[in-house]
Design a protein around this ligand. Structure first.
Ligand code: INI
Length: 200
C-alpha cells in the first residue's frame, strides 16, 4: 500500500481559478493579495494575462459557490480558491449567507472532483476580519497553500476524476459522461454542443 501527500511545488505548471466576492472588498482584496503572494513564491505565474491563474469576481459570498462549480466543471483548473468575507455586524442574515456559502463551496468540490478551497472569512466585526486579512496574519496565504497541496495531491489520482472526464468531453464534443450531479442547468461544457432545431 502507499502513503499519498501533496507538495507545495509542482514539476508541471498547475492552473487555478480564484473566485473573489466584491462585498467587503477591503477584506477580500487583502485576502487576494496574500493568496497571490503565496502562489507566486511557490513558482506560480499569477499574472492575469498568463496561463496559470484566472480571477473571477462575483458580487458577494453568496454567489461564490455557483461560480466555483462552473469554473471547476470546465476541467481547466487543478484547484479553485474561493475568497469572501462575511461579517456578522453588517447583516441580520449573516447566518444564512455564511451557512449557504460553506455548504455550496463544499458541494462544488464534491460534485466536480476538483479541490475547491473554502477561503471565506467569517467574523463578528470588520476589525476581526481585517486581522485575518493582513493585520495579524493573512489567511489568503494559507488558502493558496491549501490549494497547492490539494492540486498536487490530486495529481496522484488523475484519470479517475470527474473534471478530467469533462476535459475529455470538451475536446471530443461527444456524449458527455454521466455525472452524479442533480441539476437542470446547462453546463459550460454542454454549451459547446450543437443542438438540432426543433420541428416547430
Ligand atoms: N456578502 C458578503 O460577501 N459578505 C457579507 O457580509 C454580506 N452581507 O453582510 O450581507 C454579503 N451579502 C451579499 C450577498 O453575498 C449577495 O451578494 C447578495 O445577497 C445577492 O445575492
Amino acid at each position: 500500500m502507499a502513503v499519498f501527500e501533496g507538495t507545495f511545488t509542482s514539476a508541471t505548471p498547475l492552473r487555478f481559478a480564484v473566485i473573489i466576492g466584491r462585498f467587503n472588498d477591503l477584506v477580500t482584496g487583502k485576502l487576494l493579495s496574500g493568496c497571490q503572494d503565496c502562489l507566486k513564491r511557490h513558482g506560480v505565474d499569477t499574472n492575469p494575462h498568463g496561463t496559470q491563474v484566472d480571477y473571477i469576481w462575483v458580487p458577494g459570498a453568496f454567489e461564490v459557490p455557483l461560480m466555483a462549480r462552473q469554473a471547476a466543471l470546465t476541467g481547466r483548473y487543478d484547484a479553485v480558491i474561493c475568497l469572501g468575507a462575511v461579517i456578522r455586524g453588517q447583516t441580520p442574515h449573516f447566518d444564512y449567507v455564511a451557512a449557504e456559502v460553506a455548504k455550496g463551496v463544499a458541494a462544488a468540490g464534491f460534485e466536480t472532483g476538483v479541490p475547491v478551497i473554502f477561503g471565506v472569512v467569517t467574523a463578528d466585526t470588520m476589525q476581526q476580519a481585517l486581522e485575518r486579512a493582513g493585520i495579524k496574519s493573512n489567511k489568503g496565504w494559507d488558502y493558496a497553500l491549501n490549494a497547492l497541496e490539494m492540486a498536487s495531491l490530486m495529481q496522484h489520482f488523475k484519470g479517475n476524476g470527474l473534471a478530467s472526464a469533462y476535459a475529455a468531453y470538451e475536446e471530443s464534443a461527444v456524449t458527455p459522461p454521466a455525472l452524479p450531479i442533480s441539476s437542470n442547468r446547462t453546463m459550460a461544457s454542454e454549451a459547446t454542443v450543437e443542438h438540432k432545431p426543433s420541428a416547430e
